[in-house]
Every structure is written in structure tokens, then in C-alpha cells.
Design a protein around this ligand. Structure first.
Ligand code: NAD
Length: 425
């Protein structure tokens, strides 16, 4: 299953501007000075390289590689590398800034970065992808580094590519440097608990929000859209904590059972059925999979793709709480109506930050030359997620804003204060 952090902002013509809209709202509430505003709105570093690769047919093809460091004021930059045909600088800049806010919200000592190579990995052989990844790494040798910029997988890349990156970087440095990248295979220094980390963070955020809303988990119902890494782990862990999961879905459709779906059974079914829920008998298939979002449940977890809650369906949403497992599942216009309806939405940069938190633990373990148990990883990430939720909740009360804007406020405030103390302009 894919390991992506974070996703694209596909609906916007200019993703950077779309990200800046929410940034602007938070900056205004905070009364951010114009000087700091101008610093934060521009990425610290943008690197574009040409990567000539010998393809399997013997011809040389040139690919464009990008790496953007939005900010490294809080620590080394952190962010994925995507291999996709539509990678472009504005998108990478927006995603790098998004990583700055995400890391700051959960208070881990990282700045934000993002990278990409414009290519279509689906049409490339394993050998071509490996040569491209190695060439990209060599070209970014001065950018990457455990104390400078730590990449991770994103769309179109995974543990295999991270292993190649680590190997190429290590060869160039003349020693094994596994802390230069996260999302590695376990045997190369990947962390236990990373697979379930994002779903686990969704569960912690949901329980914390339910406590504030006085919803008893043992009497609560929940619908989860998406049954991949994030959705299935969130479903399982929420079920374990008493919630009745009445609907789940994946690309094959949505499945509803008012008596509750047995999530262990659904996962076992999916795993034995080519990764899909198609034909699952533990629930009834809904005619329209989008109906899942409109069910009369207490908690709704969109954990599939972006832009599923929009002005076209937001009026029909009945959940009291939305916990964003996916990146960008709610469009900015729908945001306003969610707020009017009094629904609490725990935003993506908070709710799905469990993944980057355990990536941070991977780096910490690599630097210590030590391996933590899954229990230690889970305990520490649960605490970080709960503290971050409380912090954002307090900000939402203090500034009288929804949780989404409060999350941006917490993040921007932290980065801005650090700039003020460090100074040096
Ligand atoms: P995944 O590929 O493992 O699973 C995606 C799931 O969504 C699959 O079950 C797929 O069938 C389903 N799906 C796709 N389109 C759908 C649709 N239109 N309706 C219903 N279901 C649909 O991906 P994932 O890692 O679980 O990521 C899901 C979301 O969470 C993405 O937005 C991703 O960026 C975000 N996210 C993931 C992580 C992570 O650690 N995996 C971290 C942060 C954010």
C-alpha cells in the first residue's frame, strides 16, 4: 500500500495560492508582522536539476528534478519525493510549505521540504527508475543530509526508492548514513509502527475530539471512506476503542451495515482479494459510494482522496465530527458551510500527522543507532498527537476560529516566534 505524505492539492489552479489563502486567514488572526509574513511566504531554497538517464532502449532521456526547502528554521527540512508526470514547481513549493506547517503543528523539530521528478514511473522499468533515483540523489547531494534535508516517499515512490537513495548517498559519503531518508524498509533502519502510524493518529485525534464533543465512543457510529493504509488502520483502531464502524469504502464501492462491520474480517477479505473490498459480504453495497459521506453517523473519516466534501454535498452531511485522514478532503468553500453547521473538522495537517511523527522517530532511532519497540513508538506518537490536538483546540477557543485555522495559527506562530528569536536578517 502507498505511503504518501502529503497529497496534492489538485483542485486549485495554483496550489501555492490555495495554500496561501488559509495561511493568510491565520496570519491575519495572529497579527503576523509583514516582515515575518514575507519571509514565510517565500521558500528558503529551490533547486532544479536536469537528470540525463540511459533508458532501456539505449537512448538518453533528460528528466527534470526539483527540491524545495520551504523553511529550515525549526530544523532540517522534511518531506517526500514524488515521481509523477505532472510535477511542477508551484505544486512542490505549496507542498513544501504544507510540510512546514504539519511538522510545526505536532511540534517535531523539522522544517518543510518537498521534491519531485517529472516522469511516469508506471511506464518505466525498475532499472530506469533506479537510475533516475540514483541520479536525483547525486544531483541533490549538497541539499540532502540528516541535518539539512531528510526526504521520504510520496506519490510514485516507496521504500524501494528510499533504499536506493540511502545507498547512493552513503556511497558518496563513504559510510552508511541511514538517517538521510525515512520510509526505508525495516531491515535498512525503517521504524516499527510506521505502517499504522497515520491511522493511529487519526484514531487519537478522533477520540480527543469526541471527548470535547461529549460523544461516548461506546455509543458512537462511524463511517470511513477509503480502506487503504490510513482508512483500514483508523477503522480497526477506532473499532477497538468501542466505535461501531457502520460503513467503509474503497475504489470498488461503499459497504454499509447498521449493526457494525467486523473490521478484522474486512481487512482479511481485502488482503485475500487483490487488495479490494469488491464482493465483501459483511455489509450491503450502497448504490452510490458517495452516500457514505452523508450517512447519519457521529464520526466521518475521509481517508481516501482529496476534494470529496464539497459545496455539492456538504449540506447533506450529518456527522458531528469529521477527522481528515486524507490530505485535502474538504474544499475551501465547503469549509465555511461545515463551520456554519457546527460540525467539528479536525484538519489534515493535524489529524494525519501521525505518519510524519513516526518518520521523525525513524530518524531519531537511526541517529541513536538503536531500535525502539512498537509499543514505545506507539506510546510516544499517541502522546505527540494528543498534545497537538489539545494545543490546536485551545487555539481555536482563544482565537474563536475553527480547528483548521487554529492548526495554521499554532504552526505559523511557532515558526514566526522562532524567526523572531533567531533574528539575523
Ligand atoms: P492507499 O493507496 O493505501 O489507500 C487509498 C484507499 O482509498 C484505497 O482503499 C482506495 O481504493 C481508496 N479510494 C481511492 N479512490 C477512492 C474513492 N474515490 N472513493 C473511495 N475510496 C477510494 O493510500 P493511503 O496511504 O491510505 O492514503 C490515503 C490518504 O491519506 C491520501 O490522501 C494520503 O495522502 C493521505 N495520507 C497518507 C499518509 C500515510 O502515511 N499513508 C500520511 C498522511 C496522509
Amino acid at each position: 500500500m502507498a505511503y504518501i505524505e502529503p497529497a496534492p492539492i489538485k483542485d486549485a489552479e495554483n496550489p501555492l495560492e490555495s495554500m496561501m489563502e488559509r495561511f493568510n486567514l491565520a496570519a491575519e488572526k495572529l497579527g503576523l508582522s509583514e516582515e515575518v509574513y514575507n519571509v514565510l511566504k517565500n521558500p528558503a531554497k529551490q533547486v532544479i536539476v536536469s537528470l540525463p538517464i540511459t533508458m532501456d532502449n539505449g537512448k538518453i532521456q533528460v528528466f527534470e528534478g526539483i527540491r524545495v526547502i520551504h523553511s529550515n528554521i525549526l530544523g532540517p527540512a522534511k518531506g517526500g519525493i514524488r515521481f509523477a508526470p505532472d510535477v511542477h514547481l508551484d505544486e512542490v513549493k505549496a507542498l513544501a510549505a504544507w510540510m512546514t506547517w504539519k511538522c510545526a503543528v505536532v511540534d517535531i523539530p523539522y522544517g518543510g521540504g518537498k521534491g519531485g521528478v517529472r516522469c511516469n514511473p508506471r511506464e518505466m522499468s525498475k532499472g530506469e527508475i533506479e537510475r533516475l533515483m540514483r541520479a536525483y540523489t547525486l544531483a541533490m547531494l549538497d541539499v540532502f543530509g540528516p541535518d539539512k534535508d531528510i526526504p521520504a516517499p510520496d506519490m510514485g515512490t516507496g521504500p524501494r526508492e528510499m533504499a536506493w537513495l540511502m545507498d547512493e548517498y552513503s556511497k558518496a559519503k563513504g559510510m552508511t548514513v541511514n538517517s538521510v531518508v525515512t520510509g526505508k524498509p525495516l531491515v535498512l533502519g525503517g521504524s516499527l509502527g510506521r505502517t499504522e502510524a497515520t491511522g493511529r493518529g487519526v484514531m487519537v485525534s478522533a477520540l480527543a475530539a469526541m471527548q470535547k464533543l461529549k460523544i461516548n465512543p461506546f455509543q458512537a457510529t462511524c463511517a470511513v471512506q477509503g480502506f487503504g493504509n490510513v482508512g483500514s488502520w483508523a477503522s480497526l483502531l477506532l473499532e477497538e476503542r468501542g466505535l461501531k464502524i457502520v460503513a467503509i469504502s474503497d475504489i470498488s464501492g461503499a459497504y454499509h451495515n447498521v449493526n457494525g462491520i467486523n473490521i478484522q474480517e474486512a481487512i482479511a477479505y481485502r488482503d485475500g482479494n487483490n487488495g479490494t473490498l469488491e464482493g465483501f459480504k459483511g455489509a450491503e453495497k450502497l448504490n452510490d459510494p458517495m452516500e457514505l459521506l452523508e450517512l447519519d453517523v457521529d464520526v466521518l473519516v475521509p481517508a481516501a482522496v482529496e476534494d470529496v466534501i464539497t459545496i455539492h454535498n456538504v449540506d447533506r452531511i450529518k456527522a458531528k465530527l469529521i477527522v481528515e485522514g486524507a490530505n485535502g478532503p474538504t474544499s475551501a468553500k465547503a469549509d465555511a458551510i461545515i463551520n456554519e453547521k457546527g460540525i467539528m473538522a479536525v484538519p489534515d495537517i493535524l489529524a494525519n500527522a501521525g505518519g510524519v511523527t513516526v518518520s521523525y522517530f525513524e530518524w531519531v532511532q537511526n541517529r541513536l543507532g538503536y531500535k525502539w519497540t512498537a509499543e514505545r513508538v506507539n506510546r510516544r506518537s499517541d502522546r505527540i498527537m494528543k498534545d497537538a490536538f489539545d494545543h490546536v483546540y485551545e487555539a481555536s477557543i482563544k482565537y474563536d476560529v475553527p480547528m483548521r485555522i487554529a492548526a495554521y495559527i499554532v504552526a505559523i506562530d511557532k515558526v514566526a516566534k522562532t524567526y523572531t528569536f533567531r533574528g539575523g536578517f
